[in-house]
Each structure stands twice: as C-alpha cells, then as structure tokens.
Design a protein around this ligand. Structure first.
Ligand code: ZN
Length: 154
C-alpha cells in the first residue's frame, strides 16, 4: 500500500464509500446514464428523474473503488433541484478541481476530492459519475467510458 494513497482516503470519502447515499435503482427514471472506467473497474448507472427543468431525484447503482463510489454518492445528493445547465457548470468545477487540486469555498464536501489531482489514474474515478450525469442530462444514451482518455495505465 502506497503511503501517498492514504492521503486520498479522507474521512468524507471513506464514509460515503462505506454508506453510499441514494444507492438504489429508481423506478421510472429518465434519463439514465451509464459510466465505466476500465482502468480501475468502476462501473455505475446513474438514475435521474426530472420534474420540468430540474432534477427531482437522483440515485445510482454499480460497483467500483471507494473514490468512485463516494463521488457518485455525493453527486446524487448535490444535483437534486438543479437544472441541466447547473449540472454542466458543476461538472466543470469538479473537473477543474480534480485536475488542478484547487477547490474554492463553493465546493463544500466535494473538496474532499481535490487531493486526487496528484494521482492521474484516480482523477477518472472521482470524475466518472460527473461525466455520466452530465451525459445523461444532455440526453446521451451512450455509455460514458474513460477508456482512451489517458493511455497511462496504473
Ligand atoms: Zn476507481
């Protein structure tokens, strides 16, 4: 076990990985997003229910590492009552944070993932559910895959 990796497993991440929120299928969900990260083995389905132009309910199912599961757990809580434009804007902030390590005050608990920028292979774990939710609200039915983004295997 790499000591540096321990820095990643902060309390928020561990707690959400152990007790993921909204971890269930959602009957009647639409849109539904599928995302996978072959480098790590993360594989998730994100279920959304829209009411008008806002996300009314968000849940997820699937399996993967602690970081990807905690990220999906937080995502499904955070994107409720958000519009697709809000989700896209948040995706941009999360993506910037996990690639640069910079988190501003508005990130709240998501700031727990800022540390992954030091571990390029883990950036995909943290951002997978966000890629998946973004594709879903944008109406893409295709499975989001991180494969090919970065040829550097762990
Ligand atoms: Zn992972």
């Amino acid at each position: 076990m790499n000591d540096d990796l321990n820095d990643l497993y902060q309390e928020v991440i561990l707690e959400h990985a152990k007790n993921p929120r909204n971890f269930r299928e959602l009957p009647g969900a639409n849109p539904i997003g599928h995302g996978r990260n072959p480098l790590c083995g993360d594989n998730y389905t994100v279920y959304l229910l829209m009411e008008g132009d806002v996300v009314k309910e968000a849940t997820f199912q699937g399996s993967g590492c602690a970081i990807s599961k905690a990220s999906a757990s937080l995502l499904t809580g955070i994107i409720k009552v958000k519009t697709p434009a809000d989700v896209e804007a948040l995706f941009g902030k999360v993506h910037a944070m996990v690639t640069t390590g910079h988190a501003d005050d508005s990130m709240g608990k998501l700031a727990a993932f800022a540390g992954v920028h030091k571990f390029p292979a883990r950036v995909k774990c943290a951002s997978l559910s966000w890629h998946t939710a973004k594709a879903a609200v944008e109406g893409s039915a295709e499975t989001v895959s991180t494969e090919g983004d970065n040829p550097k295997a762990e």
